[in-house]
Design a protein around this ligand. Structure first.
Ligand SMILES: [Zn+2]
Length: 432
């Protein structure tokens, strides 16, 4: 009689069996745990989206002297937790609210760039990077590389020269919209009732923005744009694009997520979708699990392959995260779940790092191919901007000022007077 059936030996046998099972399971967990850290040490994460700079403004008025970025309370991101989560490169968004559109969005964006750049000079653990080569060498030096990304085209105030100056300050990526339309591109959200579109989801000026980003070597980011705008950009961009923080619409039908049809277009573009971890985009509810997140990865892999996937956590921007992924130190738990689902080392190395590097490298190659192109002088037609405070820098025409004392004069007249005074003074100086 086999031991598991004999009354005398049955209890002892099953106890031994259970013990062995527990030991094997524990070994499995321990070895998987140590493997995930080994794997992530070899291929440390490049994360597509983090709004720490926004939190620094909201909570600390960008006064870095008041806090220690090694340990920051009430947020999910600091140096200690980035290191624990094997985050080697972080794309920091320099987001300013849509309410700043037509107002001081450019100034606010400059101030957000300033605070990220200060983080990189005042903390030796951080390093600002602007190219694939710098990013890789920062890994060799054990630094956390910071990439700067603009979130929302309203930050450039419909100006290609402003876009170019942001590039000079280190910006290497821009999402074309946030939750508001710009005069030239459409948002996935209809929260703000501005610049309503009429079948022109990417205007001629919008196309000029994409072309100039291609020429500069700035990554076009389509998280937050409408599906029509996304498709128009995918058809127009010479370089691969990214969704820096969006998930799968088939798994959770939120308008911030990407449907399979657009994923297939993204594949043709050789671009990348960096999966967002916000519970609302993962489970379409305020609660979610790591398993829900892994379902997005499995689905996108099935549709377009693992080589098109990255991670864009959206910490500090989003409000709720899956249990077990509450802050940036928890990324290993997600990778471990994917390992359990038989994702290969090659696939995970891509998700963590190599896929983004491939896209960034291609963006730089396209820039090099376009090197002979001069900076674009395309200007947006004034009537498309609809901003009475936008000043046209030319000598004031007294006749038009007298004949048209309209709304433009409210903002424009003091500026025009200043300009006229400056012109007069400069004449005086010349005479002297
Ligand atoms: Zn966002």
């Amino acid at each position: 009689m086999p031991p598991w059936k004999s009354g005398k030996h049955a209890l002892h046998f099953w106890m031994q069996f259970l013990k062995t099972l527990v030991v094997f399971s524990l070994c499995g967990i321990i070895s998987a745990y140590s493997n995930v850290h080994e794997l992530m040490s070899s291929y440390p994460l490049i994360d597509g989206h983090n709004d720490l700079a926004l939190q620094l403004r909201i909570r600390h008025s960008n006064c870095l002297s008041r806090i220690d970025l090694h340990n920051v309370s009430k947020v999910a991101t600091d140096i200690s937790r980035l290191q624990a989560g094997h985050v080697q490169t972080q794309m920091f968004a320099v987001y300013v609210l849509c309410g700043a559109q037509q107002k001081d969005a450019v100034r606010l964006t400059l101030e957000q760039i300033d605070v990220v750049r200060r983080m990189c000079t005042e903390y030796h653990e951080f390093e600002l990077v602007t190219s694939v080569q710098e990013l890789n060498s920062s890994k060799d030096r054990g630094k956390i590389a910071c990439l700067i990304s603009i979130e929302g085209g309203h930050s450039i105030d419909s100006s290609l020269p402003a876009l170019r100056m942001f590039y000079q300050l280190g910006v290497r990526s821009m999402s074309l919209t946030h939750s508001c339309n710009t005069p030239w591109a459409e948002s996935s959200s209809d929260f703000y009732n501005v610049f309503q579109r009429q079948n022109n989801s990417l205007t001629p000026f919008g196309k000029a923005v994409v072309e100039e980003m291609n020429r500069l070597g700035m990554i076009v980011d389509l998280s937050h744009t409408s599906w029509n705008t996304t498709l128009a950009v995918l058809n127009h961009s010479k370089a691969p694009v990214i969704f820096s923080h969006s998930s799968s619409y088939s798994i959770c039908n939120h308008n911030r997520n990407v449907p399979d049809s657009l994923l297939r277009e993204l594949k043709k573009n050789q671009g990348l979708i960096m999966v967002n971890l916000h519970s609302q985009f993962i489970s379409c509810r305020d609660v979610a699990s790591i398993s829900h997140v892994a379902d997005h990865f499995d689905h996108i892999r099935k549709v377009i392959g693992a080589e098109s996937i990255g991670i864009g956590g959206d910490y500090e921007g989003a409000t709720s995260f899956p249990q077990g992924l509450e802050d940036v130190s928890k990324y290993p738990a997600l990778i471990q779940e994917l390992m359990k689902r038989n994702w290969t080392e090659y696939e995970l190395a891509g998700v963590l790092r190599n896929n983004f590097l491939r896209v960034f490298d291609k963006v730089e190659r396209v820039r090099d191919q376009l090197r002979s192109n001069l900076p674009s002088e395309v200007q947006i037609p004034l009537e498309e901007v609809q901003n009475p405070c936008r000043l046209v820098l030319r000598r004031p025409d007294p006749k038009s000022l007298l004949s048209n004392p309209s709304s433009r004069a409210e903002c424009g007249l003091p500026d025009l007077l200043i300009l006229a005074t400056v012109l007069m003074l400069s004449r005086l100086i010349l005479i002297e």
